[in-house]
Design a protein around this ligand. Sequence first.
Ligand SMILES: Cc1ncc(COP(=O)(O)O)c(C=O)c1O
Length: 341
Amino acid sequence: MTGKPDPFSVPFGTISCDWMTTARADGGPYVYGGTPEPYGDLTVSPAAHVLHYGSAVFDGLKAYRQTDGSLAVFRLDSHVERMVASAALLRLPAVDPDTLRRMIVDAVEANAAEVPDPPGSLYIRPTLIGTDPDIGAAARPTRSALLYVVNSPVGDYFKGGVRPLTLLVETSIQRTVPQFGMIKCGANYAMALGVTLDSMAGNEAIDQILFATGGDITETGAANFFLADGQRVVTRSLDESFLHGVTRASVIELAQHLGYEVEERTITPDELVDWAERGEAFLSGTAAVLAPVGTIIRDDTTLTVGDGQPGRNTMRLRQALVDIQVGAAPDLFGWRTPVQG
Ligand SMILES: Cc1ncc(COP(=O)(O)O)c(C=O)c1O
């Protein structure tokens, strides 16, 4: 990995590791050769299904250098499970979980020398695209597909590291179509892009848009949303309209373990006023980890959450999560998959 920049000095996800794994399906199961390949461009037909009809899904997870020097992937099985569900919803050729798991582990092991020490990590991006060369296939699923795993050494997702974020509440426009919200497909991000840029225009302080279509707060463009105080953590109950974050599920389990009451329910923008006075807010996500929220803007009102600084409960939960991710605390819930390297 000579000559590559420090991941903390460049935007998240812009460094590519040297190795990747690939598997192709052509009317049958994915064929994975079992050996990582040098990172490089892919060849697909200009008529490929993905380029015309958007048959692309992906996931995002991380491997962490552990305090004892070993390497572990965080919540491998949950991410594989979600990727399998994403592929199924887009009618891409079914992904065999064992094959994908192997491809992820093999890629991480091949790139082990590029994993930065905490607070850095190795971002893992399994991707699946439809490759049928058929521009007439608008209403047909692709039979052939390319599944691959690339890695990127990463630092902070939000510039400036752990700091109180500023969110803008968007109540009128949806992030994506509700029935696809719970999976990770490229189209969801394409749909969210214009709304996000338009809403943020003119205010560089905004870190994320908090989607609250029709007054129902769900998630931001890259993370799930939580409220917290000394007794409770609150987050939106699951439905098809937003991403079922693996970090969200981890925070819920951890919070329960630490004695918090967990409420999964709807959250309204009006409720934020009260929480801002006496509580805390934070985001959860693989990239965001657990990020404190200091300011929430809604129409012409700017709410300062608590004193505008990271809350005590937020930081307690964050530390508990990070300790498990990096092996500084016992793996109480079986979330770490050790890999070579
Ligand atoms: C839209 C959206 N919501 C939520 C999340 C958080 O999900 P996870 O914790 O699985 O990374 C992400 C990140 O992947 C996301 O892109």
